[in-house]
Write a protein that binds this ligand. Structure first.
Ligand SMILES: Nc1ncnc2c1ncn2[C@@H]1O[C@H](COP(=O)(O)OP(=O)(O)OP(=O)(O)O)[C@@H](O)[C@H]1O
Ligand code: SF4
Ligand SMILES: [Mg+2]
Length: 366
């Protein structure tokens, strides 16, 4: 499966057919044949339910995956603006250490609690410079630490604080500051705002956007919150069962989702504008990735499933329908299987092809 960005796009990271396995008595195939291109300076959102492989993908892309996890196949190419592409699998030792934080930095899931509780903010920020910019003198390091806190909207007096003296939002800002310390080309953020209340979340997202506009780094933003991603992303990848099942411009995916899973996700939260619609959840649970199904992983939960879905794993193909398009891994968009295209109800963005009497109404819709 390939997933190229628009021709002519300045790509900073290319992921090709990446698969990750957690070894064990029942190996878990957490990421399966994932490909995407990240353009310089863009925000790529990655959405999907718990356990679909989002964090595993982030670890594999940043070379932070630890045993029993291993990259089983595929490639991650980093394309610096100032040199030839680098295959990340070839980096080891000092070269890998230099690459991390300098080029691609990560804000970890649950990282708010990952700051060292016995070290001050000053010490933890300064450590990044000591490790990666050893040539800096002490006074220069101090200046850089102050500047970093200032960038994320925290006063310099907080340099002397310890993590327990900071609010959750402030701790998350410190971690974002650390990720940006060396001006990386890419920042991978794994659920950076999930544990925060919506007001703090909003402030931090505004901050990230401001910093991105100023420094031009690309962001891979991971969350299960599709509504949030629709707002902040340039492009979106929806993951299910270790695979990308839909991929496209966020605006297109919002107005014209094609994959039944994305349609179901969109129907799971109320809209602020448009006509009122019936809210659905997606019944059932995700597949066991130690025994991924032979066909489409969504079959057991899909209201549009038909016989072929049980044994044919769909490729991610451009959905040729009227209106905005995306790429979707669903057999209804494979002309070799369904020459007449998708059913009308799916094309119209309904999760339930036969809605019956409305159980409840909420919000508004498409
Ligand atoms: N160390 C591990 N050993 C074995 N299996 C693992 C390990 N870490 C994750 N997994 C499995 O890999 C799959 C993907 O997990 P991952 O944490 O990447 O999902 P996620 O989409 O980030 O979920 P969440 O939204 O809950 O953070 C899951 O089935 C999970 O149980
Ligand atoms: S391939 Fe079949 S089961 Fe999978 S999403 Fe499409 S219709 Fe549903
Ligand atoms: Mg995760």
């Amino acid at each position: 499966m390939t997933l190229d960005s628009t021709p002519g796009t300045d790509v900073v990271l290319s992921v090709r057919d990446l698969s990750v396995v957690y070894d064990g008595a029942d190996p878990v195939r957490a990421v399966r044949g994932v490909s995407f291109d990240l353009a310089r300076g863009e925000v790529l959102g990655i959405a999907g339910e718990s356990g679909c492989g989002k964090s595993t993908l982030a670890y594999a892309v940043t070379r932070l995956l630890k045993p029993p996890g291993r990259v089983a196949s595929g490639q991650v190419l980093f394309r610096p603006a100032d040199g030839p592409p680098v295959d990340l699998s070839t980096l080891h030792g000092e070269a890998l250490r230099r690459f991390r934080w300098n080029r691609v930095a990560m804000v970890f899931q649950g990282a708010m609690n990952a700051l060292n509780p016995v070290l001050s903010v000053r010490r933890q920020l300064a450590d990044v410079f000591t490790a990666h910019r050893p040539e800096l003198r002490r006074a220069e390091r101090e200046d850089r630490c102050r500047e970093l806190l200032d960038l994320v909207g925290i006063g310099p007096e907080r340099l002397s604080s310890y993590p327990h003296e900071l609010s959750g939002g402030m701790r998350q800002r410190v971690l974002i500051a650390m990720a940006m310390a060396l001006r990386p080309d890419v920042v991978v953020m794994d659920e950076p705002t999930t544990a925060l209340d919506v007001v703090v979340q909003r402030d931090i997202l505004t901050e990230i956007d401001r910093l991105r506009a100023r420094f031009g780094f690309a962001v891979v933003f991971i969350t299960h919150d599709l509504s949030l991603l629709l707002e902040i992303s340039d492009r979106l990848a929806v993951m299910y069962g270790g695979r990308i099942v839909e991929y496209g411009r966020a605006a297109d995916l919002h107005t014209a989702a094609h994959h039944p899973y994305t349609v179901g996700l969109l129907r799971s939260f109320p809209r602020l504008r448009g006509e009122r619609t019936v809210l659905h959840g997606i019944p059932g649970s995700p597949p066991d990735l130690s025994r991924p199904p032979a066909g489409c992983a969504f079959t057991a939960r899909c209201p549009y499933a038909f016989d072929d879905c049980h044994h044919t794993d769909p490729a991610l193909l451009t959905a040729h329908t009227t209106g905005p398009t995306t790429r979707a891994a669903c057999l209804h968009y494979d002309p070799a299987v369904r020459p007449d295209g998708p059913p009308e109800a799916l094309h119209a963005g309904r999760f339930d092809p036969d809605p019956g009497p409305a159980p409840s109404t909420g919000g508004a819709g498409r």
